[in-house]
Design a protein around this ligand. Structure first.
Ligand code: NAD
Length: 488
């Protein structure tokens, strides 16, 4: 199947074609939506090997990691959407007050229209197909713009999406920033963007021209609080999960990877020793950890370690090979808080550990910081858990694990504040790409003239009763049994 590599100027025709396709009404049909979800499931299952190869070429991901983080999560999510779709598309009955009788109120989800999705390179399949499935389930026509920085996956999507989905209503447009900006010159009914905040601002600015609503899935520094855990086993489980959420998910190149750890000073040496010994047991071969995307990102990460005070805080690792784009799992103890590694999102296999006097001090540490996508805490202290939920703000909070919230279809995924806005996954994806239309059906049977001019105090009194739902007083007033101007 030929890839779609548009020339400048040809995008207008593509967008118009998509709009025509959507306006034909085909994409609104439940059967069409179900067929697209079925197509997505077949795409992932039948093309598994091609996907493993693409993800390996782009990021050096091991096939088991790719299955755990992308293919497995996706197929589970598509099945969940397929199972529930009939229920989600059904109009919801809404309460209508007695005063409006006879009246029937409904909330009817309708497709937003033609949607543009920008995906990012780190989970190049997942971050493209997860939102795509939601947009299709909601009955939209979709243009997908995969990241040019994961070119094998982008080419795979461009070649295979037309084979499995309705090629007239789902298009893949490949290209870099210029194509992205050109796409944003056109009118869309919704744009979902996953990537960095600098480009997020460009997207939002361009979307404003057409009043297009956007969802921005951005990055942040996700902290992880590690409290004292009494048993050796609990400590080991926590460390396994920390490593899983730092080094085993695209080598830390994940928006919800643990960025840094906060821990009590006296517990830090124990934690570091356990991290080191477990890293040794987990990563027995270099290919069990993904590589850094490209030289630019490699240099960005190694530059974070160049500051003298940061370099002297390294307690494990620190080696990096630009040829293979591999950076050793690296642990730092108390790098300066004003250094780049502690002020910028790391997005790589470097883990600073910051010590505090008491675990509770972590809350004061986090409060003034920008709201992250996720806060993690390994603790059994229920009071601490409550305080974290109540006193901090973030896209999500996960206790005693990390990153796994991404795989749940029942909770929304998205940021807050500088980590973005707009939530998706499961039913939240369907809702993100649907418009909830209010539908009221009234009859012409009963008519209250006090809603209309000419105004007088009688009408004012009746309206006051209506808005208090004071039916008894209203009926008495209508029957002339109560002074109609009284408001009490
Ligand atoms: P990227 O380079 O893949 O860019 C994302 C998308 O934006 C791509 O499709 C790209 O082509 C497009 N793009 C780039 N410049 C553009 C422009 N000028 N106009 C229009 N489109 C343009 O990804 P990145 O920016 O390196 O992403 C890394 C960031 O994304 C990190 O901060 C990370 O935390 C964040 N991220 C967030 C999530 C999330 O779900 N919240 C997921 C993954 C990554």
């Amino acid at each position: 199947m030929a890839e779609e590599k548009p020339q400048h100027g040809s995008l207008g025709g593509l967008v118009a074609g998509m709009r025509e396709g959507h306006e034909s009404g085909r994409t609104k049909e439940l059967e069409w939506r179900q067929a697209q979800l079925g197509g997505l499931i077949r795409l992932i299952t039948e093309e598994e090997d091609a996907i493993f190869n693409a993800l390996h070429e782009d990021l050096g991901k091991h096939r088991v990691e790719s299955f755990r983080d992308e293919l497995g999560v996706l197929v589970k999510s598509f099945r969940n959407t397929l199972q529930n779709l009939k229920k989600w598309v059904a109009p919801e009955k809404a309460h209508a007050p007695l005063i409006s009788f006879p009246c029937n109120a409904l909330v009817v989800p309708e497709p937003i229209g033609v949607v543009l999705i920008f995906s990012c390179w780190n989970l190049p399949l997942g971050l493209a197909l997860e939102p795509l499935s939601g947009a299709l389930a909601a009955g939209n026509a979709v243009v997908l713009k995969p990241s040019e920085l994961a070119p094998s996956t982008a080419a795979f999507l461009a070649a295979n999406i037309p084979r499995y989905l309705d090629a007239k209503a789902v298009k893949v447009v490949q290209g870099g920033p210029e194509i992205g900006e050109e796409l944003m010159e056109h009118r869309w009914d919704k744009v979902l963007f996953t990537g960095n905040a600098r480009v997020g601002r460009i997207i939002m600015t361009k979307a404003a021209k057409h009043l297009t609503p956007v969802a921005l899935e951005l990055g942040s520094k996700c902290p992880c609080i590690v409290d004292w855990l009494d048993s050796k086993r609990d400590c080991q489980v926590a460390v396994n999960r920390i490593i899983g959420a730092k080094w085993s998910t695209c080598a830390g190149q994940a928006c919800i990877a643990i960025d840094y750890i906060l821990v009590e000073e006296q517990f830090a040496p124990i934690l570091i020793e356990l991290l080191k010994s477990t890293l040794e047991r987990f990563f027995t071969e270099p290919e069990y950890m993904a590589r850094i995307l490209n030289e630019k990102h490699f240099d960005r990460l190694t530059n974070l370690l160049k500051d003298h005070q940061v370099a002297s805080s390294i307690v494990h690792g620190g080696h990096a090979d630009r040829k293979t784009l591999r950076i050793e799992p690296t642990i730092l103890l108390n790098p300066p808080l004003d250094s780049d590694i502690m002020t910028e999102e790391i997005f790589g296999p470097l883990l600073p550990i910051v010590t505090v006097n008491k675990t509770e001090d972590c809350i004061a540490f986090l409060k003034p910081k920008p709201k992250p996508l996720a806060i993690y805490a390994f603790t059994k202290d229920e009071m601490l858990k409550q305080r974290i939920i109540a006193e901090t703000s973030s896209g999500s909070v996960t206790f005693n694990d990390a990153i796994v919230q991404y795989g749940l279809d029942s909770v929304p995924f998205g940021g807050i504040g500088q980590s973005g806005f707009g939530q998706y996954h499961g039913k939240y994806s369907f809702e993100l790409f649907s418009h909830r239309k209010a539908v009221l059906r009234r009859s012409l049977l009963i008519e209250f003239m006090f809603r209309y001019p000419p105004w007088d105090e009688y009408k004012m009194g009746m309206l006051r009763r209506v808005f208090r739902f004071d039916y008894l007083s209203l009926v008495l007033a209508l029957l002339g049994l109560r002074h109609c101007c009284r408001t009490a």
